[in-house]
Design a protein around this ligand. Structure first.
Ligand SMILES: NC(=O)C1=CN([C@@H]2O[C@H](COP(=O)(O)OP(=O)(O)OC[C@H]3O[C@@H](n4cnc5c(N)ncnc54)[C@H](O)[C@@H]3O)[C@@H](O)[C@H]2O)C=CC1
Ligand SMILES: O=C(O)CCC(=O)C(=O)O
Length: 530
């Protein structure tokens, strides 16, 4: 049995390694101690799944080596060192482990805040290293009654807020992406005015590193701050512009800064280290035993699930999040993919345009429906190399036009999805389907022929001039080819033509298709398998 190779790129807790090592279907390569060039050269090409932390950049060089990679599990929260669009292009699912290290990062923030308020490391070193006992040199500040400004009120920021309240601080947050009640319910003020944060005694940031948040605190913002402000950054290096931070600290405008993260890591040469009013840690926010055990277990379990293709928990680049979709939508997505696949088999020619028309409440999910239709159409030609992650990119590369139409009020069916496939040679195939209340999927229209067809199994689509005896001939030829008919559906139009869809119990030989095509009444005949 061939095994799935999972490469661990950075150090993770042994509990995760044990899970990986004990799965009989997994070949574990623990490359955490390998130099990065060796990791890329020797191990990444073998990986079905890679587990990374912040020490491994998933960049162009990494991806160029990721020949058979199916997924990357970032054993932590921040994915700023993962090229997500690059992964999507290659069909690699990116997953993170979002909440397992929250408490560790929250407590690290509180530790830096207290260390800054009391200049803890400097007092510590003065006694321990210099053997000096001068209590008059170490007057700190109390957190009580100080105003704390929190930028970013997600998992970490909100918990920092709760703890700061326990210290009797006056807390205010700025996060334009949350419902203000998330803060006000905790008796924490919410502001849309960033200057309110700049007016605080202590400021801490807990946003992801994005184009919008890089350098969010720079020279101008620091100039607006109180003299003697304390700044904390346990999120990502670069959110505070490091040059401006250095100048602010050097001038004394900023009294102290507590810094766990740097714009370039390892940060052994960073000028901030030369100052005597910073507390620094080498990106240890997530480094508690509890957090590392939780993360490693989740990362290992998720990596195994992804390697086996079972599930992609916390996937960041899948177009759908199953747990966020109403229950009625999933069968529509499945059906739309089948319709796309069926259209491509009928067309037997390269796609030029794929149009999805969604009618009724399901039309709200047009983007996901379109992705599933695209995967369906393209899997006829590309099989496993097309998936929900790269469908959009592959379609673009092949210059296939993707079109969407929504009709919120459906006529007839409560919900209806139609895939209209236009081929390179100008053929147009149009297939519609619906899902009934009980979750029953049906194709209800093929090229204008009304049908009631279960989308499954091997089918022959036989279009003919609607004249007596044709159906008998079709049945006879199928029987002569040793196949049983499982189902037979007929659609007729007003122009004297008909479409028969015959489900058969076995593989459809080419000879059978040729014999049907030779019938005088035949207009077209296609074999389809769903
Ligand atoms: N030092 C360490 O070892 C660790 C650092 N982190 C860092 O902390 C960050 C936050 O983690 P979580 O709280 O778990 O993430 P989260 O996703 O729960 O929260 C982030 C919050 O930032 C807000 N936000 C985004 N853009 C913003 C903007 N322009 N202005 C204000 N708010 C904005 C979001 O709305 C969200 O509420 C991560 O992205 C990661 O970079 C996380 C864990 C450990
Ligand atoms: O442990 C790590 O790799 C860093 C943790 C971190 O920064 C994160 O989870 O975003």
């Amino acid at each position: 049995m061939s095994k799935y190779t999972i490469v661990v790129c950075d150090h993770i807790h042994e509990s995760g390694l044990k899970i990986l090592a004990s799965d009989p279907e997994v070949e574990l390569i623990n490359a955490a101690d390998e130099p990065k060039d060796q990791l890329l050269e020797k191990y990444i090409p073998l990986a079905d799944v890679a587990i990374t932390r912040s020490s491994t950049d998933v960049d162009e060089k990494f991806l160029a080596r990721a020949k058979k990679m199916r997924a990357i599990v970032r054993a932590g929260v921040g994915v700023d060192n993962v090229d997500i669009p690059g992964c999507s292009k290659l069909g690699i699912v990116v997953m993170n482990v979002p909440t397992a290290n929250t408490i560790a990062a929250v407590e690290m923030t509180m530790a830096h805040m207290l260390a800054c308020a009391r200049q803890f490391p400097y007092a510590h070193n003065n006694l321990k290293l210099d053997r000096v006992w001068r209590r008059q040199d170490w007057y700190g500040t109390e957190l009580k009654d100080k105003k704390l400004g929190i930028i970013g009120f997600g998992n970490i920021g909100s918990r920092v807020g709760k703890r700061a309240k326990a210290f009797e601080m006056d807390v205010i947050t700025y996060d334009p992406y949350i419902d203000p009640r998330k803060a006000t319910d905790l008796d924490i003020a919410y502001t849309e005015n960033f200057d309110d944060i700049l007016a605080c005694d202590i400021i801490t940031i807990h946003t992801p590193k994005t184009e919008e948040t890089i350098g969010m605190i720079g020279k101008e913002e620091i100039a607006k701050m109180k003299d003697g402000v304390i700044l904390i950054n346990c999120a990502r290096g670069g959110l505070y512009d490091e040059e401006a931070l250095y100048e602010g600290l050097k001038s004394g405008k900023i009294a102290m800064a507590g810094i766990d993260v740097f714009s370039k890591e390892p940060a052994i040469d960073n000028p901030l280290l030369d100052l005597n009013n910073v507390t620094v840690t080498p990106h240890l926010g997530a480094n508690t035993r509890e957090s590392q055990r939780n993360i490693a277990v989740q990362a290992a379990e998720n990596a195994i699930a992804a390697a086996k293709g079972i599930a992609y928990p916390n996937a960041l680049n899948l177009p759908i999040r199953e747990n966020e979709l109403p229950e009625f939508v999933m069968p529509f997505l499945e059906l739309t993919q089948k319709i796309g696949y069926m259209s491509a088999q009928v067309a037997k020619s390269g796609a030029k345009a794929i149009k999805v028309i969604a009618e009724g409440p399901v039309s709200e999910y047009i983007d996901s429906l379109t992705t599933f239709a695209t995967v369906g159409v393209m899997s006829e030609a590309l099989a496993d190399s097309i998936n929900y992650v790269n469908a959009e990119y592959v379609a673009k590369e092949r210059e296939i036009e993707i079109l969407k139409e929504t009709i919120p009020e459906a006529k007839g069916f409560k919900n209806l999805v139609t895939v209209k496939l236009t081929t390179q040679n100008g053929q147009v195939i149009r297939i519609s389907g619906t899902v009934f209340e009980e979750g029953i999927q049906r194709i209800v229209d093929i090229d204008g022929y009304t049908l009631d067809l279960e989308p499954k199994g091997r089918m022959i689509l036989f279009k003919n001039n609607d004249e007596p005896g044709v159906i008998g001939d079709v049945g006879r030829i199928i029987a002569e080819n040793g196949l049983n008919i499982g189902d037979f559906r007929l659609g007729r139009d007003s122009n004297g033509q008909a479409l028969a869809v015959v489900r058969v119990d076995g593989e459809i030989p080419k000879k059978l298709i040729d014999e049907l095509a030779a019938l005088p009444a035949c207009i077209s005949v296609k074999a389809v398998s769903l």
